[in-house]
Design a protein. Structure first.
Length: 238
């Protein structure tokens, strides 16, 4: 252990290190910083997280996106948001939140599928989310035209306090009734296979027809519109 640091001080030392970082830090990296065993550091992190929770502190320690990070307690989110918005004007638009939710629950997903679910072209909010680091390219779909697919990033996990996309809350929490929840699941479940089945195989077509068919595939929507005005998406970011 680093010179001068006592074993009982380890949780406090880790808290100090995490206080000055704006992204998750792995237990391995923290162990290197204080020259301690990784196993001991992990136990100290769990101890610190439990202590903060038991004492009903204003901050929490969470394991997210492959590391550990301090967050404000959810019970104070409205208060913190009110304060932050007095000096931070970079708020997400409703369109951006809708696109982010669609990608988060439907990833990997194409531009055409996103636009089809929303019922409107979604290139602008999607590009904004890519620029902010919330969404990334996730490879081409196995479908005619090979449209690009999109998925959430590590930044998304950090901002929303998630270990992985599997930790997203169930869709039922956002739907006003089971019928709407079923509709959302059905629409977001549209797969690349459905996209492929909607367009004929164009590999043997002459060049002009093949290019036209590929263009059609890249613009194809495979689902109907969801009325997002009836849904509420909670965010503790921006």
């Amino acid at each position: 252990m680093i010179e001068g640091l006592q074993p009982e001080q380890m949780p406090a030392a880790l808290e100090a290190l995490l206080f000055v970082t704006d992204e998750p830090v792995s237990a391995v990296e923290l162990a290197k910083m204080i020259e301690a065993d990784v196993f001991d550091v992990e136990n100290a992190l769990i101890e610190l997280a439990t202590k903060l929770e038991d004492e009903a502190r204003g901050i929490q320690l969470r394991e997210v996106a492959g590391g550990w990070r301090l967050y404000t307690h959810p019970v104070f989110h409205e208060l913190v948001e009110k304060y932050v918005l007095t000096w931070d004007t970079r708020r997400m638009s409703q369109a951006a939140l809708e696109v982010l939710a669609i990608v988060a629950y439907g990833q990997p997903i194409t531009r055409a599928q996103i636009s089809a679910i929303r019922g409107v072209m979604s290139d602008t909010p999607l590009n904004t989310l890519i620029d902010r680091g919330y969404i990334r390219e996730a490879g081409a779909a196995d479908a005619p035209g090979s449209p690009m697919q999109y998925a959430t990033t590590r930044v998304f996990l950090e901002k929303y306090g998630l270990r992985s996309p599997d930790d997203l809350p169930p869709l039922e929490e956002f739907a006003p009734d089971e019928k709407t929840a079923a509709l959302i699941r059905e629409r977001l479940g549209a797969s690349a296979q459905a996209l492929e089945e909607s367009v004929p195989d164009v590999r043997d077509l002459p060049e002009p027809e093949r290019l036209a068919a590929n263009a059609q595939a890249s613009l194809l929507g495979v689902v109907d519109k969801i009325d997002f005005d009836s849904l509420t998406f909670d965010t503790d970011d921006e």
